[in-house]
Design a protein around this ligand. Sequence first.
Ligand code: NOJ
Length: 510
Amino acid sequence: MKRNNPAWLDNAVFYEIYPQSFNDTNGDGIGDINGITEKLDYIRELGCNAIWINPCFLSPFGDAGYDVQDYCTVAPRYGTNEDLVNLFNEAHKRDMHVILDLVPGHTSVEHEWFKKSAEPTRNEYSDRYIWTDSIWESTELHCLRGITQRDGSVALNFFSMQPALNYGYYKPSKSWHQAMDAEGPMATREAMKDVMRFWLGQGCDGFRVDMAGSLVKNDEDGKGTIALWQDFRKFLDREFPEAAIVSEWGEPDKSLLGGFHMDFLLHFGPSHYNDLFRCDEPYFSRRGKGSAKEFIAAYKENYDKTDGKGLICIPSGNHDMDRLARRLDYEEMKVAFAFLLSVPGAPFIYYGDEIGMRYVENLISVEGGYGRTGSRSPMQWNKTTNAGFSSAAKEKLYIKQDDSPDRPDAESQMKDENSLRSEIKRLIEVRMANPALQSNGRIEFLSDGYPLVYKRSCDEQEILVVINPANKPCEVCCDGKEIIYSAGADAALDSKKITINGAGAAFILL
Ligand code: NOJ
């Protein structure tokens, strides 16, 4: 097994938490840090040993906290910095790791850096963001202008209140383009290291990095941004060698070269991720009309380019995508999780996906969520008021909950051996018990149709994985020793042949 990462990533299984919607302990209708701490045992019981928390810092919340006002202060609605440090400590006691969300590409217009940068007279922060020389000139990106006294337009990174931090231009071509190594961009870089240093020094274990691939501008092939991250990684290796960073980039050959330990394959870019779970005919639907071919081809290409350099992570979903349950039913999701939990890289489970929480339709946008709002509704813990999420009045909840009478909840699923959650728990147990199935075990695809067949291997063992989403039985030749997992399927190991029912999966020790 080749490894270029902190050892704890070898068998890490992450659980993503959108803090607004996880668990409210003070009855104000919105989740909080102590609510996460209270549920660490729940997460651990599921089998996850790491968590990623979406931004929980001071913010005007125009983009759910991705518009940071102060990187080093927990938003009062979630609690205090002490609460967060307590969460780190409680997680470590349970042998769990916690990564925070780092948003290095932009801040909120409310950030002190921006306010100073927008002043008409030159100061320490004038070059912290990308400004043109005059209000009448625009940037290549969308820009904001006319709202401050500074005679210039400022580049935007995402929404209109998220001005782009200045890491420089790979190929500067205008008077106001600064080189990556100019004083302003270098100061931004150091300021971001200070942010990382602050939280890592308090016990945080790393970061998920927002829009990691777009920091340096005019950087078509990503060479400037790769060099920038190599510098960040050097800093981490020097000061915090156990810290891990995972990028929202979607091009592992670039991000892992830049020093990221992990990169996501997501719903954007050339990954074909949506073909599997989120299109009219997803590969994991029992109709069996989808295709995994292009996804597997893209995955293989990425894998071949990056094997041994870091991990490729395929999440069950996240706060930006439709819930898995919008297209797949419970049995289909079980098969999808058999795949997600048996591929290399660290798996990421989005809160609530373990119980098949639904996308809540027809919601009015909350905090810049727009179509994403329906995937961010409060966790359903049990059958009590507000599904156990909060004691606040229903109208006060951060986002409206799924109010269908048969909405899934964690408590019921924990009691039911046949539930999606129980299946996921079993899958994580099998993964944890078998090194070939973990982050660094090799993968070799033997088929990319129905069924999907691949071999996972490491020095100690070889495992054949058969994923059969379509609603018809399949037969696979194999000389296996033992079936270590089988679901939705009466997998039977006859002489050199295994039969698996429709919508099933089996892992066979070779
Ligand atoms: C990606 C984040 O996942 C998303 O939620 C956010 O709106 C944008 N980046 C901007 O930060």
